[in-house]
Design a protein around this ligand. Structure first.
Ligand code: NAD
Ligand code: MN
Length: 362
């Protein structure tokens, strides 16, 4: 019997709305499966919390979270708080302190969902985005403020061990899942220090790997074009923090949009909790209307369950999502329908219950 502790951080805007649906699914799974023993604790850390307390989360938040097996996160972002505050005081400390150096994002064509690409069928690849260093750094600064020679420097930090770990994680995944090729995003023709270093160590790790994986290195500007022109050619894409961020939003778009895309911030060694969250943000343009698509959040829950050893439940949820989409049972506005967030959550929940009963021959 597994007894697992999950921290829930709904966050802001639609984060709170879609999280309700993920919790609905989790509760229903627990009701129908006594071997699933999950204890959830909800933390109200958000922009509202910031406006009340002057910080996004309490000073001992990381100590509190450390005791959990995993974190399910919604989204943050609120017009009343600068975006760099919400990101650097909540998401970044969690990703960096818990060494969640892999940001894993599956990009997969879904039944019943039209891609904006004319050739957007049978897309099935994953992105391994480096998640703990790289271009997203607070190293740098500004001098000669308000003078004509005013300037800024923003440093990229790449370490040998950091590159080694993300590339190795991508290789391990490729090996386990029968993939034959790794695509590395680069720009070493122009960004000659960090990107050459990235290329060098990526090549070395692939060369040392006991598995025969092909490595292709593609300049980021060409790679975004290839994502549009021939997305079927990719299997496992590995990229630095910034390149991976951009590629994964584009990846979401070519398979149907942000409302459908989950992600996992992983500490593969399981020394610290990993965090699971939709790729999308708090979507202020639709927040409060109850029309956000909860699939990205529900799928993130599925990835979490897979991570804690219940890939049977991960598959069950993904299967239920695919059934609802294939049959067009309900559709939210982002995928051409009029259903509410709750109606989509309910439909997926019903599908899970049906499949659970069918599996037991009821
Ligand atoms: P966004 O992802 O919030 O929204 C982009 C567009 O996609 C919007 O039109 C939105 O309505 C739509 N969209 C997003 N999720 C959807 C869903 N589930 N269903 C239907 N439509 C959906 O990105 P943005 O507008 O660039 O940023 C808004 C805020 O979110 C900012 O404050 C930003 O900093 C924050 N943000 C947070 C995260 C995070 O929490 N990890 C990620 C990205 C952006
Ligand atoms: Mn992004």
């Amino acid at each position: 019997m597994t007894h697992t502790k999950i921290a829930i951080i709904p966050g802001d805007g639609i984060g709170k709305e879609v999280m309700e649906e993920a919790l609905k699914i989790l509760n229903s799974l627990q009701e129908h499966d006594s071997s699933l023993q999950i204890e959830t604790t909800i933390f109200p850390w958000s922009s509202d919390y910031y406006l009340k307390h002057g910080r996004m989360m309490p000073c001992n938040a990381l100590d509190i979270l450390k005791e959990f097996d995993a974190i399910l996160f919604g989204a943050i972002g609120d017009a009343r708080v600068p975006d760099d505050v919400t990101v650097w005081e909540l998401i970044m400390p969690i990703r960096k302190n818990f060494q969640q150096y892999v940001n894993f994002r599956p990009i997969k064509s879904l039944p019943g969902i039209a891609s904006p690409l004319a050739n957007g069928r049978d897309i099935d690849f994953v992105i391994f985005r480096e998640n703990a260093e790289g271009e997203y750094s607070d190293s740098g600064g500004r001098i000669y403020q308000n003078q004509p020679q005013e300037m800024t420097i923003q440093n990229t930090i790449m370490t040998r061990i950091g590159i080694e770990k993300i590339v190795q994680a991508a290789c391990d995944y490729a090996y386990k899942n029968g993939k034959t090729k790794i695509t590395s995003a680069t720009k070493s023709n122009a960004i000659i220090h960090s990107m050459k270093f990235w290329d060098e160590h990526t090549r070395r790790i692939l060369a040392q790997s006991s598995t025969a994986l092909e490595l292709e290195s593609i300049y980021i500007d060409a790679l975004v074009a290839y994502f549009v022109e021939r997305p079927q050619d990719f299997q496992v894409v590995v990229a630095s923090n910034l390149f991976g961020d951009i590629l994964s939003d584009l990846g979401s778009a070519i398979v149907g949009g942000l409302g459908l895309s989950p992600s996992a911030n992983l500490n593969p060694e399981k020394a610290f909790p990993s965090m699971f969250e939709p790729v999308h943000g708090s979507a202020p343009d639709i927040a409060g209307k109850g029309i956000a698509n909860p699939i990205a959040q529900i799928w993130s829950l599925a990835l979490l369950l897979g991570h804690i050893g219940r890939s049977d439940l991960e598959e069950l949820i993904v299967h239920a999502i695919e059934t609802v989409l294939r049959e067009g049972i309900v559709k939210t506005a982002d995928i051409g329908g009029q259903a509410t967030t709750a109606q989509m959550g309910d439909a997926i929940c019903q599908e899970i219950i049906k499949m659970n009963l069918a599996a037991r021959g009821v």
